[in-house]
Write a new protein. Structure first.
Length: 398
């Protein structure tokens, strides 16, 4: 049972962890690795909920065969058709040709797009409210469209009161020998990764997450079984509250972050001066980030955490410094809302980035741009003390 872990009576984790992939979705750096969770149901009928990524296929198929022993697989349930979970469908069907593949209408449409041979599979199409009984366990399907793909289904098990929640409640981070969130110091080990995962992958779909959370309110959920990261069996409200907050674009802290672009260090020095001034005046924590040296996914995660965002940007080719422009575009793509921005610009002859960044930010809803901006001509000097002082006063008042 090397790779198999018991979740609860009749439910086993048979997934795998990947610590070799550099970037999830070929975008997001994952130095902490990632797990691909798959759940095996050991009941009168056997079932598997989702497969795993190709990177852990050997371990995954070995786990599945070991979990089954000399039994055959009755059901392969596909809650999510993204390749990090569906890559092993063909291998599983090849091993167990009599298996019934279970999914929604769109699941099978996407399945045929990825795997044309799936047209010949034995299928059971389900929709919201349908039940799949395996004997003692009975799984009720809940549609979760656009969390974060359209075909996504959740499944609620009446026996264990577990919610199999697809990507929702997932996180980056390989499992280090544990399975349950309560086996870790989640706040220390996973919370930042969970926020970064949510903000960058699901963040655009806050209203859809809110809609499915409302549906889930009617269920007596005792366990959360996501497709990535640890399983929840205690203190679920901690993580559900975070999801509620993140999906309604509420911030976790009123504290400010300062994100700067700097070609030669002058705007960087000014950013330090702004952070120092805010700290001195408020005694609160302020984080400072170099937009060129910090992967944008970490900046997006910080935007989800904090209410006040100070952007300090050099003028570059008469426009916005490219890495800052990329960050602004990502915020627009993800539909950031309900935040306060304060803007500073640097330019040796024609600073224009306050105007240009304001125009960009106007594409975001429920966003305030602090009226008072800071302009630096090449470098911040002692003579700029009054301007700096009133800039940070305005940020604190906002
Ligand atoms: Fe983990 Fe949307 O795939």
């Amino acid at each position: 049972m090397r790779g198999i872990k018991k979740v609860t009576e009749g439910i086993f984790w048979i997934g795998g962890s990947d610590r070799r992939l550099e970037r999830f979705e070929n975008i997001f750096p994952i130095p902490e690795g990632v797990s691909y969770n798959s759940y095996f149901i050991d009941d009168e009928k056997t079932a598997v909920f989702d497969t795993a990524d190709v990177s852990v296929s050997d371990q995954y198929l070995e786990n599945l065969k070991e979990a089954l022993g000399d039994r055959s697989l009755d059901y392969l349930v596909v809650l999510h058709m993204e390749p990090d979970h569906c890559s092993q469908i063909a291998n599983v069907v090849a091993l167990f040709p009599e298996v019934t593949v279970v999914g929604g209408m769109q699941t099978f449409k996407f399945m045929e797009q990825f795997f044309p041979e799936s047209a010949g599979y034995k299928k059971l199409e389900v929709k919201e409210g349908d039940n799949l009984s395996t004997g003692k366990h009975s799984f009720r399907f809940v549609a979760a469209p656009m969390v974060h793909w359209p075909e996504v289904l959740f499944a609620y098990d009446d026996a264990s009161k577990a919610l199999l929640s697809a990507d929702a409640f997932g996180t980056f981070g390989a499992l280090d020998g544990g399975l349950f969130a309560d086996e870790y110091d989640f706040k220390k080990d996973f919370l930042d990764s969970a926020r970064r995962y949510y903000a960058n992958i699901v963040g655009k779909y806050g209203p859809q997450v809110q809609a499915v959370l409302k549906k889930a309110e009617g269920l007596d959920i005792q366990m959360l079984l996501p497709l990535h990261g640890p399983v929840w069996r205690k203190d679920l409200s901690f993580f559900i509250d975070k999801y509620n907050k993140w999906s309604s674009y509420e911030f976790e802290t009123d504290n400010a972050i300062v994100i700067y672009g700097s070609l030669y260090g002058h705007t960087a020095s000014a950013a330090e001066a702004v952070a120092s001034s805010i700290r001195e005046k408020t005694g609160t924590d302020v984080k400072v980030y170099d937009v060129s040296g910090t992967d944008v996914s970490y900046l997006i995660s910080e935007v989800w955490r904090c209410r006040k965002i100070v952007l300090m940007c050099p003028t570059y080719n008469n426009g916005i410094y490219t890495p800052m422009e990329n960050f602004l575009s990502d915020m627009i793509a993800l539909g950031v809302r309900n935040r306060v921005f304060a803007l500073a610009q640097n330019g040796t002859w024609a600073p224009v980035t306050v105007k240009l960044m304001t125009e960009k930010l106007s594409q975001l809803k429920d966003v305030t741009v602090v009226e008072e901006a800071l302009t630096i001509k090449s470098a911040l000097h002692a003579s700029d003390a009054d301007a700096l002082n009133s800039f940070t006063d305005a940020i604190i008042r906002a």
